[in-house]
Design a protein around this ligand. Structure first.
Ligand SMILES: NC(=O)c1ccc[n+]([C@@H]2O[C@H](COP(=O)([O-])OP(=O)(O)OC[C@H]3O[C@@H](n4cnc5c(N)ncnc54)[C@H](OP(=O)(O)O)[C@@H]3O)[C@@H](O)[C@H]2O)c1
Length: 281
């Protein structure tokens, strides 16, 4: 594996854009806290923020990017929509409102947050997203929490391939079937809950690997994601942790350590800490 760096970007199939290899998550980061955390993250060198309509902090993410003084094109901003809000035109209007709330002219990536609205719902959402892309509201479109079945179904009504699938990924939930499918089909895989929400910080395997490198357990988890080629989206509202979660470029997990972590895999539904949606109709 080549040496990884904080500035790495990954290509997106069928797009002229690239995506920063590490992102910053803002789920459960409220209002002014979210803005302050994003400003801290941008100052430290993160260039990729992951919000959603559902998080109710799109506006604060946009404010932080504007206040950071960074050129618009140097920061990658993602948002998401969960379900249709009526017909395609009405859904499109809700997407435009997100872009307006963020206030950066366009977003880089707009995702269907969940497959849970059924086949017709997904069709309506995807069609609205394709329209938003055509009119310049987003550079690219993608999906989240999709299983192979949902990705295959998209092809029945669209020739646009999602550039990413954002799914829960950490050693206990590795979703290998959909990850393999995405890799074969040129879809970048984003890893959400990459720190397992700090629930495995006392795991002995993680602790011994962290100790061997003189780093923290969350740093090992971010590194595991990066070395697997995923795009991890660690979230924190603590400035020290925002810094350390991205301070992962001074060590490398060995093949043996990667194997030990890969061997932690549980059946996806069992290992997931978020609702597991890949099987929903
Ligand atoms: N598409 C989806 O359906 C979906 C679902 C879930 C998440 N996501 C995205 O993925 C991002 C990350 O997932 P997540 O927020 O669920 O979980 P996560 O990043 O795995 O964990 C975040 C939690 O870990 C704590 N934490 C962060 N760094 C730490 C450290 N170094 N040491 C100890 N604790 C630490 C945070 O608390 P503090 O803030 O206090 O540090 C927070 O409680 C989200 O923010 C969101 O952008 C997407």
């Amino acid at each position: 594996m080549g040496k990884l760096s904080f500035k790495d970007v990954l290509p997106l199939t069928g797009s002229s854009q690239t995506i920063p290899h590490i992102g910053f998550g803002v789920f459960r980061s409220d209002g002014s806290t979210c803005k302050a955390s994003c400003l801290t993250a941008l100052k430290l060198g993160y260039r990729h923020i992951d919000t959603a309509q559902y998080y109710e902090n799109e506006a604060q993410v946009g404010e932080a990017v504007r206040e950071s003084g960074l050129p618009r094109e140097s920061v990658y901003v993602t948002t998401k929509v969960i379900q249709p809000v009526g017909n395609v035109e009405e859904t499109l209007q809700s997407l435009r409102e997100s872009v307006g709330r963020i206030g950066l002219g366009y977003v880089d990536l707009f995702l269907i947050h969940s497959p849970s609205s059924g086949k017709e719902g997904r069709k309506g959402l995807w069609t609205a997203l394709e329209e938003l892309k055509k009119e310049g509201g987003t550079k690219d479109i993608g999906v989240s929490n999709f299983g192979v079945k949902h990705l295959e179904q998209l092809k029945e009504f669209s020739s646009t391939t999602p550039v990413v699938n954002q799914i829960e990924l950490h050693p206990w939930c590795q979703q290998r079937e959909v990850v393999d499918y995405c890799k074969k089909n040129g879809i970048v895989v984003q890893a959400y809950a990459p720190l397992v929400r700090a629930q495995k910080n006392n795991d002995p395997t993680l602790q011994s690997i962290a100790e061997a490198h003189g780093v923290s357990v969350p740093q090992v988890l971010v590194r595991w994601s990066l070395q697997n080629g995923f795009v991890p989206l660690p979230k924190s509202d603590n400035p020290g942790r925002i810094k350390s979660n991205a301070d992962v470029y001074g060590f490398e997990l060995t093949d043996e350590e990667m194997k030990k972590l890969n061997d932690k895999a549980l059946p996806d539904e069992e290992g997931a800490i978020c609702p597991y949606l890949a099987n929903c109709p």
